[in-house]
Design a protein around this ligand. Sequence first.
Ligand code: FES
Length: 230
Amino acid sequence: MHITFKIRRGAGKSQRYQCYKVDVRPGWTVLDALHEIKWNQDGTLTFRRSCRHGICGSCAMQINGLNALACETQIKDLKRKPIVVDPLPGFKVIKDLAVDMDPFFELLERVKPYLINDALPPAKERIQSPEDFAKISSAINCILCSACTSSCPSYWADKSYLGPAALLKAYRYIFDTRDQGSEERINALDNQHGLWRCHTIINCVDACPKDLAPTEAISRLKNRIVSEKY
Ligand code: FES
């Protein structure tokens, strides 16, 4: 089956759409079609990918107007043709579908995305009960693809806003019973560019390819900050 892909090319003022006709085979994802274009039609097409299994998060892009992972998006499930592929919104385009991810990872660093615990580690491991792990288990599944932050109108309006991915990561550590860094993390959250910028628009929930719920995590963080600080 021949399907046309309308792909945003270039960067800045030179951005334009370019169409490619691809002979799509059963079971192909959008990433398979991009590979076909790059390897057999136009080697200048630029996009990121690595694992091809929805794990590395590098192939996030906008497909028919929605943020998604190219390697997880089955072409047969896309109703609208031609299939329109754009770079993730909200980030500076470097070339074609590759965007500058540095600002995204700088936001992440502000919430200290690692375990903070100054106590001497036990001989084997820091134990956590299954009940306590359940509180953070889904947040751990975030693959940092940035589809959520890129879909957030609050982030589009304020590029210093932490955004849903960083806030979900903050939740993952603040609610981790082994962590002792919640006070410093909460200070990073409780300011004009922090979690109060979330207006529960819920684009992030729709965009997340792992079915996570950043908005719910942000609500829990808001409750915790109000009850602990105010
Ligand atoms: S290539 Fe790794 S998530 Fe798609």
